[in-house]
Design a protein around this ligand. Structure first.
Ligand SMILES: *[C@@H]1O[C@H](CO)[C@@H](O)[C@H](O)[C@H]1NC(C)=O
Ligand SMILES: *[C@@H]1O[C@H](CO)[C@@H](O)[C@H](O)[C@H]1NC(C)=O
Length: 315
């Protein structure tokens, strides 16, 4: 114990020295420190030891900034290769309730950015057009918690409704970072997603016409994008008949063998058809499958590779 403490003190001291050197090099006017911070008003004093909080906030802010249209386009087109370095670790894994778990870099990136709505891709011409991190805390180097408001509006240049505000989305998240400040693990939640979809698109799960048009859209897109070895159905009609037998689902439980799940995953067939086409096909390809609650929501040990309750704790 004693040895450990001594080592700890030595390391802390070395870190402090490193900071002092850094400060004296980068900030010649010592009286200019501390600078007022707009970004973390609840920090009473801005000590150099807390620079990781600034670093972590910057990573999260840059991630959400890439969901703002049209910043996601390069990622939509190039997948992971379009993501700036330093935001996600190559081994990132995480979960976004109620949409799914994402067990590698490409999946995580696709979820965060390729699913950010394209105005051309939805009848409401909705897109995320701004964001604000409204709550943030990072008490240690490797872990942070945040809440973001993703502000949405109509993107329809030249038309009267262009710029019309739409209801915002909220995302609550815990994050774990690697030593360079890139996200290694995340556990996020989008509350009221179903209400957001309904109020934004005027879609109504109880209305047969809404359901039919959602199914027609999925089947049309599937037949266009999932061809050759990726084909799922022999025709649009076969697809529509089969999907009409399935339950519609809810965006608050968008993780099932239903229409809602396929309406999300069909977006990703544009990015990697070989991977995502099975998710919109007859079986749901292991993604749009019925796993009764609470199977996926608490599988922390399998997802994060650590005992439940460790991943997002400060050591
Ligand atoms: C957000 O992205 C835009 C476009 O790439 C960029 O100009 C801006 O600096 C970014 N802002 C932040 C806070 O990252
Ligand atoms: C992730 O979700 C899939 C279903 O979408 C499930 O089969 C799998 O067991 C889950 N994995 C973990 C680690 O939670």
């Amino acid at each position: 114990m004693f040895r450990l403490n001594l080592t700890f003190v030595a390391v802390a001291w070395a870190l402090l020295q490193a900071h002092l050197i850094l400060i004296s090099v980068t900030i010649p006017q010592a009286h200019a420190w501390p600078t007022p911070t707009k970004w973390l008003p609840h920090f009473k004093s801005q000590r150099p030891q807390r620079d990781y909080a600034r670093r972590n906030l910057k990573t999260i802010s840059s991630i959400y900034n890439l969901t703002v249209y049209p910043n996601q386009l390069p990622i939509f087109q190039a997948g992971g290769a379009g993501v700036p370095n330093g935001l996600f670790n190559k081994n990132v894994v995480g979960r976004v309730d109620p949409v799914g778990n994402f067990t590698d870099f490409e999946e995580s990136v696709e979820y965060f950015f390729a699913l950010s709505p394209l105005p051309q891709g939805n009848p409401a011409k909705a897109a995320i057009t701004g964001y604000q991190i409204t709550e943030f805390s990072s008490q240690c180097r490797d872990v942070a918690a945040s809440v973001v408001y993703l502000y949405c509006s109509v993107v329809n240049p030249g038309c009267a409704d262009h710029g019309k505000p739409l209801p915002p989305l909220k995302q609550v998240a815990f994050w774990r970072f690697d030593e360079h400040g890139a996200v290694l693990k995340y556990d996020a939640w989008i509350p009221n997603l179903n209400t957001w979809v309904e109020s934004t698109t005027a879609a109504n799960a109880d209305d047969p016409q809404s359901r039919a048009s959602a199914i027609a859209q999925i089947c049309g897109a599937t037949q266009t994008r999932c061809q050759g070895p990726n084909a799922q159905w022999s025709s649009v009609e076969e697809c529509m008949t089969a999907l009409s037998q399935k339950s519609y689902g809810s965006y608050d439980e968008a993780w099932g063998d239903n229409i809602v799940c396929r309406s999300i995953h069909v977006v990703l067939t544009q990015v990697r058809p070989d991977v995502h086409c099975p998710h919109v096909g007859p079986t749901g390809g292991g993604k749009c499958v019925d796993e009764p609650y609470p199977a996926n929501y608490f599988s922390d040990k399998a997802l994060y590779g650590q005992p439940t309750g460790e991943t997002f704790m400060c050591d």
